[in-house]
Ligand binder design. Structure first.
Ligand code: NAP
Length: 512
């Protein structure tokens, strides 16, 4: 039996593995359906792929990367960073690739994890399958009859688009990166937009080699840059999700900033109008780009805002007419809250099915990480888990939660944890009240903004409506009485714990 099975070898799964190793768990198994590590940054390879928040904030705080080539690093650097972390922390040997987990079941004192014909057992189960990992194919009539090539951005394969007529469906953050690149190659590009997106200028510059050397030699210099970037992102998050009532002026300024950017790049008033969102900034994920708007002014690029009614063998048909194309690009995002969530069937105590329970009740998880009825289970992609605008804030809060939880459990000589129903209910009510009372989702104009921030019941259950400081504080100081502890730790584990505690004390001494 393994100490823990972690599903997903992206940054979330790797963070969990690093934390569990620090806690003294040695026999870890990381299962990954893809053929390599890196999650999003392994899967996504579309042209223009880059991190869409400053790179200085998009890394583990304990593993700074002084080598980013730009303020917004391209996708392949993120993949390289993931590889570096995996090698440095000895994670590669723990990983098994090409293994798609199909189900997991709690067996009274351990988890049984099924992947095809293989069965793995473990004391603890961690799912880190990512929020944006199930590509969404739009349900447009006739799409399977299209005789050209159809490609989703999350399954990109190199395509020579020279001389090709291309259509893109979708104008989310991915499309904003991709569209200018496609326009450079295609002979004709038509973009089918359902909802426009708020886009601000991108302060993206190369980081000169001298500055990179400085960051390598003096990590605190890079920490200062990280702090600055995080503070700006935190302000955006707080003004939208935590204190909209008091700080809506920040959102309004952001809207003006984006509008001015659009005005600078697009002269045609009709095109401007079509590209201007009619919902409040923050209702769905805004993004950065210096060439997105301008691309629509190129003679061979066209914005189409009428609904795609159907696709046939040659192209797409809307109420306004037809567009024949050779390649259809689906920049249509990901399924999040539907029947694919969580990514595989998880059956807890008394046969409770996590996905069904979430859908029949409300989407909920204590501190965005544990669920009543699911002992020894950490669900990293949970409702209200996403903290701050960098995914790494979320990951590190969850790592802190694991640290406190496991340390508390062991100090009681226990091996099984389960969050209490009461603690979970109180957390859910607090989150719901905060979203209802002071977020753009309830006070702004979000009616026309479809977004994966909202579940199918129209509730904004993805983002945690607190500051990141408060999320970190909660993760490292939640009352241990919020958990029931049971089971007996075995002798071998006891010895390992003692060693881990000594190691932890030494690390603390070094940090102090
Ligand atoms: P998305 O934000 O969900 O956007 C999907 C787009 O497809 C939307 O414009 C949506 O229109 C449209 N769409 C979906 N179904 C459609 C249909 N049936 N007919 C017409 N249009 C349809 O997905 P995404 O752009 O892939 O971005 C997902 C997230 O990935 C981003 O928000 C961001 O967080 C992340 N991302 C991150 C990076 C990074 O660097 N870290 C880079 C790219 C993306 P509606 O808005 O009308 O639904």
């Amino acid at each position: 039996m393994h100490d823990a099975v972690i599903v997903g070898a992206g940054f979330g799964g790797m963070g969990a593995a690093i934390e569990l190793q620090r806690l003294g768990l040695r026999d870890l198994l990381i299962l990954e359906r893809e053929d390599d590590l890196g999650g999003t940054w392994h899967v996504n390879r579309y042209p223009g792929l880059a991190v869409d928040i400053p790179s200085s904030t998009y890394s583990y705080s304990f593993e700074p990367n002084p080598h980013w080539s730009r303020l917004f690093a391209p996708g392949e650097e993120l993949k390289r960073y993931a590889e570096h972390v995996a090698v440095k922390h000895g994670l590669r040997p723990l990983m098994r690739f090409g293994v798609t987990v199909t189900g997991a079941r709690w067996r009274g004192d351990h988890w049984e994890v099924v992947a095809g014909s293989s069965v793995f057992t473990a004391r603890y189960l961690v799912t880190a399958t990512g929020f944006l990992s199930m590509p969404k194919t739009p349900d447009i009539p006739g799409i399977s009859s299209f005789e050209g090539r159809v490609v989703h951005t999350a399954a990109w394969e190199p395509i020579d688009l020279t001389g090709k007529r291309v259509a893109v469906i979708g104008t989310g953050a991915t499309a904003v990166q991709l569209i200018p690149e496609l326009a450079r190659q295609a002979s004709a590009l038509t973009v089918f937009q359902r909802t426009p997106i708020w886009v601000s200028p991108k302060p993206d510059y190369p980081i000169p080699p001298g500055v990179r050397r400085l960051f390598a030699r003096l990590p605190f210099a890079q920490r200062a840059v990280r702090w600055l970037g995080s503070s700006v992102l935190e302000l955006m998050m707080i003004s939208g999700v935590v204190r909209y009532k008091q700080l809506r002026v920040v959102n309004r300024l952001a809207e003006r900033w984006c509008r001015a950017h659009l005005h600078r790049q697009v002269r045609d008033p009709l095109l401007r109008r079509e590209l201007t969102p009619d919902y409040s900034f923050g209702c769905k994920r805004p993004t950065f780009s210096n060439d997105y708007f301008r691309t629509f002014t190129r003679p061979h690029v066209r914005l189409e805002t009428s609904t795609v009614e159907r696709v046939d063998a040659r192209g797409l048909v809307t109420a306004d007419g037809r567009t024949d194309v050779d390649v259809l690009v689906l920049a249509t995002g990901f399924n999040l809250w539907d029947t694919n969530f969580p990514a595989f069937e998880v059956i807890g105590r008394d046969g409770r099915d996590l996905g069904a329970w979430w859908r029949q009740n409300r989407f909920q998880a204590y501190e965005g990480v544990t669920v009543p009825g699911f002992p020894n289970y950490l669900s990293l992609n949970s409702p209200y888990s996403y903290s701050g605008l960098s995914y790494f804030t979320t990951i590190e809060c969850q790592m802190a939660h694991m640290r406190r939880l496991f340390t508390g459990m062991r100090s009681r000589g226990s091996s099984v944890f389960e969050v209490t129903r009461r603690a979970n209910d109180e957390f859910l009510e607090r989150m719901r009240a905060k979203v209802a009372q002071n977020s753009v989702f309830s006070l702004g104009q979000c009616a026309t903004a479809h977004s994966y921030y909202f579940n199918q019941h129209g509730e904004a259950t993805l983002l945690r409506p607190t500051s990141t400081i408060s999320a970190h504080r909660a993760a490292s100081s939640f009352p241990l009485a919020h958990y029931d502890f049971s089971g007996q730790i075995d002798h071998q584990v006891r010895q390992r714990n003692a060693r881990a505690q000594v190691l932890q004390m030494r690390t603390n001494d070094l940090c102090e």
